[in-house]
Design a protein around this ligand. Structure first.
Ligand SMILES: NC(=O)c1ccc[n+]([C@@H]2O[C@H](COP(=O)([O-])OP(=O)(O)OC[C@H]3O[C@@H](n4cnc5c(N)ncnc54)[C@H](O)[C@@H]3O)[C@@H](O)[C@H]2O)c1
Length: 265
């Protein structure tokens, strides 16, 4: 029996990368999955692939930064699948630049897609989860929410906001049996990252920064999301689960013994 048997799960950003892998894994664990993406065609392709593999999935096109779209996303889910148990608010975007370089539009876009979406997701999903007596909300943050990632100031700010929004909402809804957690991925080989890693210098820096010496795979984040979605994590709420191959815990100095300083025993 799968970990998500009899559960209905929405996955946003399901048309690509982490969301796509998670939609597949949730379905493989027995969930009825709603694959949501602003690119409705991509979400439909993923739902079709899940169905062909024997799983249960439908798709919806929605912009997760728009209140009407998110309200409709939850309404449709309840109408078509009978309720809602899991929301994986995963859709996100990035704009690179310093505070000087980024435009105000960049700031507003990234905060809307990465943070307002998480707020809206909970706003409309919590009432539906109450009807089921509980649920699990998982939000995709990032290691960038824990570090001062220069050159990505709005992205870093948005992901830090996701982490603390997660904590605050977990406090509000714990008594209703609704758990709220975040995941902080390291560098994961999704289509946008693959494009960035075509730059050999960027690739080498990223490989060296992860203690495991490689980039992560979308399926490795999906595995963490399944655990947080399932009853296996029933005593976990308000947490941000770091899934980063050792990136966050690694000292910028690396191993102090490489090379060992001459006058050290
Ligand atoms: N890949 C990484 O290294 C990495 C690391 C840390 C965090 N993340 C986060 O993981 C999440 C998924 O990223 P990914 O790497 O899989 O990217 P991706 O580009 O492969 O997938 C993101 C999906 O979100 C969709 N999307 C974008 N804006 C949307 C909107 N407004 N409404 C609905 N859907 C929208 C896109 O169409 C796309 O299909 C993001 O929140 C990202 O910030 C990724």
């Amino acid at each position: 029996m799968g970990l998500l048997e009899n559960k209905v799960a929405i996955v946003t950003g399901a048309g690509s990368g982490i969301g796509e892998a998670s939609a597949h894994r949730f379905a493989a664990e027995g969930a009825a999955v709603v694959a949501v993406d602003i690119r409705a065609g991509k979400a439909a392709e993923v739902a079709e692939a899940i169905t062909e593999a024997g799983g249960h999935a439908i798709s919806l096109g929605a912009n997760v930064s728009e209140a009407d779209d998110v309200a409709a996303m939850v309404d449709e889910t309840v109408k078509r699948l009978g309720g809602l148990d899991v929301l994986f608010s995963n859709a996100g975007t990035i704009r690179l630049g310093t505070a000087v370089e980024l435009s105000i539009e960049d700031w507003d876009l990234v905060m809307a897609v990465n943070v307002r979406s998480v707020f809206l997701g909970a706003k409309f999903a919590v009432p539906a989860m109450r009807e089921r007596g509980g649920g699990s909300i998982i939000n995709t943050a990032s290691i960038s929410g824990l570090h001062g990632d220069g050159g990505a100031v709005v992205y870093a700010a948005s992901k830090a906001a996701v982490i603390n929004l997660t904590r605050a909402m977990s406090t509000d809804h714990a008594a209703e049996g609704i758990r709220v957690n975040a995941i902080c991925p390291g560098t994961i080989e999704t289509p946008p990252v693959k494009r960035m890693m075509q730059d050999e210098a960027a690739l080498q820096i990223n490989l060296a920064a992860h203690s495991l010496g490689r980039l992560g795979q979308p399926e490795e984040i999906a595995a963490a999301a399944v655990w947080l979605a399932s009853d296996e994590s029933s005593f976990v709420t308000g947490e941000h689960l770091v899934v980063d191959g050792g990136l966050h815990s690694r000292s910028p100095l690396g191993r102090l013994a490489d090379p060992r300083p001459k006058n050290m025993r």
